[in-house]
Design a protein around this ligand. Structure first.
Ligand code: DX5
Ligand code: ZN
Length: 208
């Protein structure tokens, strides 16, 4: 199982990113919030871009924003493996997936807990990743929604029938107890569970 570490709940981002460099974590999950798609707002890109000074890991960028095309060119400049935004944006989805791909970066669609799996069907030919939200997007430290297990089952069946290499990532409330509901995922994204642990590597090992 791959692990992506979110630093959203960190109170000392440079220090925690340096500590994550010493682990075998696969990605750093970068949560971006605009105060519109979700009520909270994360630091502006002018500050966020300094992340390259502190991490040597590839980035897994999660845009919780109303207008992804404003952010995609910025995050495409960094050491980015995936850029993901939300399928709930409807009419803007295809153009933004194409924009991510135009930078040679892998693209993903995130689905909120209340959004049906079938909403991604029209975009399957373009997708590299599906991010299943196991909490309502907007903040770290929330409780895992148990229905996520059935959603993963449905998503896996859809992806198998489509015969694709699309990767599945689950995000929100992941810890040693809830990971058992996510066996059908390829990547687990965890924030507070890793950051609040004494040894980051031990927490990461607990998720693999
Ligand atoms: C929620 C974010 C998640 C969050 C994960 O809106 O997208 O990435 O930071 O944090 P935990 O693991 O604390 O739920
Ligand atoms: Zn996230």
């Amino acid at each position: 199982m791959k692990v992506s570490a979110s630093f959203l709940s960190s109170s000392n981002v440079p220090m925690d990113l340096r500590r994550l460099n010493e682990t075998d974590v696969d990605y750093i999950h970068v949560d971006v919030m605009d105060g519109k798609f979700v009520p909270n707002k994360t630091m502006p890109f002018s500050e966020m871009k300094n992340i390259y000074k502190f991490t040597n890991k590839r980035l897994d960028v999660h845009l919780m924003v109303e207008d992804p095309k404003k952010y995609i060119p910025l995050y495409a400049e960094l050491n980015t493996e995936y850029i993901t935004f939300h399928v709930e944006l409807m009419d803007q989805v295809e153009e933004n997936l194409e924009l991510i791909k135009s930078y040679g970066i892998k693209c993903g669609l995130a689905i909120k807990p209340g959004t049906p799996v079938k909403s991604i069907v029209p975009y399957l030919p373009l997708l590299d990743l599906v991010l299943v939200m196991s909490v309502e997007p907007g903040k770290g430290g929330q409780e895992f929604i148990p229905g996520t297990k059935d959603k993963l089952l449905e998503l896996r069946a859809l992806l198998d029938s489509y015969d694709s290499n699309i990767v599945v990532n689950v995000d929100g409330g992941i810890n040693q107890d809830t990971k058992k509901f996510c066996e059908l995922s390829d990547i687990l994204t965890a924030g507070s569970y890793i950051i609040r642990g004494e040894s980051f590597q031990e927490q990461i090992d607990g998720l693999r």
